[in-house]
Design a protein around this ligand. Structure first.
Ligand code: ZN
Length: 295
């Protein structure tokens, strides 16, 4: 029965073959006169095993690199500078009594603690896995700060919308009407005032919208704002113009301005941190996904 060749001996033969020695030269080096066919077979088997191992390692490196890139690329959808945070499906003036709002990439629910923001960005699987890799990174604190600041800015925004409609009703003694034939104030016009003041808070250099009078009606930038009823007709336009000018003297304006400015800063910091992370080429640790193939 042929003698069993030890693993160490086969490894030594393979090392010699890697150095360029032929089977007969290996046999000479071995000194124990092994069969040439046994030497050749052992060397071929070990070299093939080494090749397979090398290919696996290379595939793992490539796979990990791609995995890291996929996770880091997901950061590109973080809210950007210029991020438009106001409710888009329902304008604030129409949504004063709402407790649930939706914007582009976010939802907000009103609770006893104020507006609680949820971002679609955070629900992405890539972001969840990235969090497992970067458990203690500053980015997550900045993301939380951003959501809190956005909740405060949204609260200030909704309070301003309510203030605009309340002020207009009080100063003109008109109710907010629903039907185009009604006497009163109209949401479509109040919305123009509200959007103007909100744009100012976001840094726009807009001039106050122009009011026009035609008979009993006051329009603002082409939208019906108010329709008077005899006694108050002539005072409607000056009253509403003065109200618009006075909006930036209110506490609601100050709160809207400070929370909007803060939110803009939070977006810039968040984006900056995301960009720093995105140029990393390596992620520390493991997530549920890469754990499967890296062990
Ligand atoms: Zn991973």
């Amino acid at each position: 029965m042929p003698r069993q060749v030890s693993k160490a001996r086969k490894l030594k033969w393979t090392d010699l073959a890697d150095k360029g020695l032929s089977a007969s030269e290996i046999r000479t080096e071995d000194g124990d006169n092994p069969d040439l066919r046994t030497v050749r077979r052992a060397v071929a088997e070990l070299q093939a095993a080494r090749q397979r191992q090398l290919a696996r390692e290379q595939a793992l490196v490539l796979g990990l690199r791609e995995h890291w890139t996929i996770l880091l690329d997901a950061l590109s959808s973080v809210p950007k500078q210029g991020f438009y945070w106001e409710p888009q499906r329902t304008r604030p003036i129409y949504a004063i009594d709402e407790t649930h709002l939706r914007g582009d990439g976010w939802t907000a629910n009103h609770s006893s603690d104020g507006w609680i923001i949820e971002l679609e960005f955070e629900k992405k699987i890539e972001i969840k896995l990235l969090k497992e890799h970067l458990k203690k990174d500053d980015f997550w604190d900045l993301l939380e700060t951003f959501k809190v600041d956005m909740g405060k800015a949204l609260a200030a925004r909704m309070e301003m919308a309510e203030y605009v409609s309340r002020q207009a009703a009080e100063l003109t003694n008109l109710n907010i009407g629903d039907r185009p034939e009604d006497t009163g104030l109209f949401l479509v016009g109040l919305n123009k005032i509200d959007e103007y003041i909100s744009a100012r808070a976001r840094g726009s250099d807009l001039r106050p919208p122009h009011l026009s009078v035609s008979g009993r009606e006051v329009t603002i930038s082409g939208a019906l704002l108010a329709r008077g009823e005899g006694s108050n007709e002539s005072s409607l336009e000056p009253t509403l113009s003065a109200m618009i000018k006075g909006l930036t003297k209110s506490e609601y304006w100050r709160r809207l301005l400070s929370t909007s400015t803060r939110l803009t800063q939070a977006v810039i910091s968040l984006r900056h941190e995301a960009e720093i992370l995105m140029i990393s080429t390596v992620l520390p640790g493991e997530c549920k996904s890469c754990k499967r193939y890296s062990t």
